[in-house]
Ligand binder design. Structure first.
Ligand SMILES: [Zn+2]
Length: 293
């Protein structure tokens, strides 16, 4: 069996392909992908990526439909042609080593913001602040082109969720499962804000001291956030610059440490997230995840 087919059929790749097919189904069920739209990928080893094929509904995807490609986009195995949007995924992998999985899709509420050329207002819901945080919007370019793929480069270091103007969204994480969660959190947030705006009263943001507590939880969990990387002069946050998750030092006696650790432990227990030394998310074991579903 050729080397690349052997990799495609390895136990590790099988687990990743199962995770991709399951999450593709979740995206379709939640109406985040339409027609043959949307695409998923994840890294396998240092040199290869598994990705969805072109012209395939995510509801119909099977384990054998997936493609194995290299980091230049050359197809190495698979019966169908790789997605034409792979270039977008590859730019993210090359620009940010923490990105091990990427999902691009068209969730309606987040895409509504992308069409309007707006990012959703910040600081309204803790779930959004912890898992996504500030959202970026990349300028419009023709999908599938190298120029389009490169539109995310100014944002991918500091944002795990990016709106694509007049198109959709792209999210990255350490696993496909977590990338799908980010899509869900982002679109739910956009939908909730759009509903809240119809109620007629001004939206009430989370008080600044409470936002700082959220950010400390986020740093403790090792999640990326644009606010950790730079502090504009008029910033409402008083973190040191730059704040890195692994350098966050909390006083052993401080109340906030007790609060942060207890909430972070609860979040990890519920969602399987855990901060690691390099700031990546440590996701649930893929096999365990699949077995429990
Ligand atoms: Zn698209």
């Amino acid at each position: 069996m050729p080397e690349q087919e052997a990799l495609f059929r390895s136990k590790e790749a099988l687990h990743l392909r199962q995770e991709m097919v399951w999450n593709a189904w979740k995206l379709w069920e939640r109406q985040y992908v339409d027609g043959n739209g949307g695409n998923l990928s994840c890294r396998i080893g240092d040199q290869y990526v598994l990705c969805t094929p072109s012209m395939c509904s995510k509801a119909d995807l099977t384990l054998e439909d997936l493609c194995l490609v290299d980091l230049e986009g050359n197809q190495k195995f698979g019966r169908f042609r790789r997605t034409s949007e792979l270039l977008l995924h590859l730019e993210i992998y090359k620009a940010n080593a923490a990105a091990r999985a990427v999902i691009h899709c068209h969730p309606p509420h987040a895409t509504a913001y992308a069409i309007a050329g707006q990012i959703p207002p910040p600081d309204l819901v803790p779930e959004q602040e912890v898992f996504v945080g500030p959202v970026a919007i990349a300028p419009y370019e023709t999908p599938g082109t190298k120029v389009f793929a490169e539109t995310i480069l100014p944002f991918v270091e500091r944002h795990n969720a990016i709106l694509l103007a007049n198109h959709g969204v792209v999210c990255w994480a350490d696993t496909i499962t977590h990338a799908e969660w980010l899509i869900e959190v982002l679109d739910t947030y956009c939908r909730t804000v759009l509903l809240a705006l119809q109620l007629g009263s001004p939206l009430r943001t989370i008080p600044h001291p409470k936002l700082q507590e959220i950010l400390k939880i986020k740093a403790y969990l090792g999640l990326p956030d644009a606010r950790f990387e730079s502090q504009p002069a008029d910033s409402q946050y008083d973190f040191p610059v730059p704040l890195k998750a692994q350098t966050l030092a909390l006083s052993p006696e401080s109340e906030i440490e007790v609060l942060v650790r207890s909430i972070a432990a609860a979040v990890r227990a519920r969602f399987g997230f855990g901060g690691t030394a390099n700031g990546n998310l440590a996701g649930p074991n893929t096999a365990e995840t699949l077995e429990t579903r």
